[in-house]
Structure formats: structure tokens, C-alpha cells
Design a protein around this ligand. Structure first.
Ligand code: PEP
Length: 252
């Protein structure tokens, strides 16, 4: 069993001055015994990469092109992310799916990241309408199967899967322990069916995670970590989440 993973998603936030101030507060306070990643906007990869030098925090991006190079104005390739030291990249965030990204696009991006040695953090999750219609399992399995079809079962263990119910993202309304446990167990079963009982795929929960929900979230058997949006921009909150993760990691 490896340490818990706490991944921060800065979304489209930050400026040169505020990034430096945030990391100056955050980095010295981060505990040992937890893996930490920060997924930052493209223009700040170089700055944040330099600020993270000497720390154990890894840097990631928030999207990647499915193409290697070429005439794709505005896109950023996995190779380019690699040049800036990215070890991970979020793909299929619901804020991108809501703007037209399809399951097969997400799968293609995950495949491109893997081919460049970058770990995709693949977001999956249902909308409130889908939950109310009783379609949670169907939606999750559809999103996951698209990945499997593209990357193949053997590479499922190289993914990080983040269950992010769309209705819990940025709303302050985290899912309940029971809801999270049910879906994470479903995602775990899906992984085990592909990679066997020693499935090493890390499974995260994301959606309004704060310091005060981190404790019970890490108590859920299948929770290998969390993906944190808003609270990753507040040094004290993020550090407290990492401390809860480090404690939970020691307990297993
Ligand atoms: C996210 O952006 O992936 C996220 C989970 O955001 P928040 O923590 O703000 O809900």
C-alpha cells in the first residue's frame, strides 16, 4: 500500500506574485508521508516548477492535447508538459466535459500522456440529473470503459482515477461518506476486473474537499487520496488536508 495522494487543481487561478506567496507559506508546512501534486495553469509551469525544486511535491497540468505535435493552435502536447517537468496531468475534468469533451477524447488524452510517461489523473463522475435518474453506475462504467478501450487493460494500473461527482465540484456540497464509499468501491471493482486483485490503480475522491472532510474521506477503504480544487489555493487548508492524508497513510 503506498502513501495517500493529495492533488491540488488550481484551475484558472494564480498570478506570479500570488503563486510565490502561496508556495512560500505552503511548502515548509507540508508533512512527510504523503504524495503531493499541484496541477497549475500552463503559463505558470516554469515558475512553479522552479519554486518546487528541492521539495517532494510534483507538478502537473490541467489538460493535454491528444496530438503529439502540429497544427493544433492553442493546444499543449504531452511532450511540452514533459519539458517542464510535469509528472501528471488532469484529463476529463467535468469543467471540460461540460464544454464538449467526450469520453473518447478523454481516453485519447490519457493515452497520449501515458505514452510520454506522464500519469493521467482521469476525472469521472455523474451530474446531479444522472444521479437522480439512478444512472450513477451506468455513467461511471461508460466513462471508464472508454478508457479501457483506448489504453487496454494492462495500462489501467498506470492511471489515477478521480471520482468527482459534478454536483459536488466547487459547490461546497461534498458527497456523503456512503455515496463516496459506494462509487469508489464500484471503481475499484472495475479496476480489479481488468488488472487482477493486486490492482495498483490509485483512486481519488474530489468535490469540495476541505480540511474538515479530509479525515472521514481518508477513512474510506478505497480512497487512495483526494483531488482538491478551491482548498488547494489556501495554504492552511491544503496543508491540513495533507496532514490528514499523512496520518491516514501511517494508519494502514
Ligand atoms: C476540482 O476542481 O477538481 C474540485 C474538486 O474542485 P473543488 O474542490 O473546489 O470542489
Amino acid at each position: 500500500m503506498h502513501s495517500k495522494l493529495v492533488a491540488g487543481n488550481w484551475k484558472m487561478n494564480g498570478r506570479l506574485v500570488s503563486n510565490e506567496a502561496l508556495l512560500t507559506d505552503m511548502l515548509p508546512a507540508l508533512p512527510q508521508g504523503v504524495d503531493v501534486a499541484l496541477c497549475v495553469p500552463f503559463p505558470y509551469l516554469a515558475q512553479v516548477s522552479a519554486l518546487l525544486r528541492g521539495s517532494r511535491v510534483i507538478i502537473g497540468a490541467q489538460d493535454v492535447s491528444e496530438h503529439a505535435d502540429g497544427a493544433f493552435t492553442g493546444q499543449v502536447s504531452a511532450g511540452m508538459l514533459g519539458d517542464f517537468g510535469c509528472a501528471c496531468v488532469i484529463v476529463g475534468h467535468s469543467e471540460r466535459r461540460a464544454r464538449g469533451e467526450r469520453d473518447e477524447d478523454v481516453a485519447a488524452k490519457a493515452a497520449t500522456a501515458l505514452a510520454s510517461g506522464i500519469t493521467p489523473i482521469v476525472c469521472v463522475g455523474e451530474t446531479l440529473d444522472e444521479r437522480e435518474r439512478g444512472e450513477v453506475e451506468q455513467v461511471l462504467v461508460r466513462q471508464l470503459d472508454a478508457l479501457d478501450q483506448r489504453i487496454g487493460a494492462q495500462d489501467v494500473s498506470r492511471l489515477v482515477l478521480a471520482y468527482e461527482p459534478v454536483w459536488a465540484i466547487g459547490t461546497g456540497r461534498a458527497a456523503s461518506a456512503e455515496q463516496v464509499a459506494q462509487v469508489l468501491a464500484l471503481v475499484r471493482r472495475w479496476c480489479v476486473e481488468r488488472t487482477g486483485p493486486d490492482a495498483r490503480t490509485r483512486i481519488l475522491y474530489g468535490g469540495s474537499v476541505k480540511a474538515d472532510s479530509a479525515g472521514w474521506l481518508f477513512g474510506i477503504d478505497d480512497a487512495d487520496g483526494v483531488l482538491v480544487g478551491g482548498a488547494s489555493l489556501v495554504a492552511d487548508e491544503f496543508v491540513a488536508i495533507c496532514r490528514a492524508a499523512a496520518l491516514a497513510g501511517r494508519a494502514v
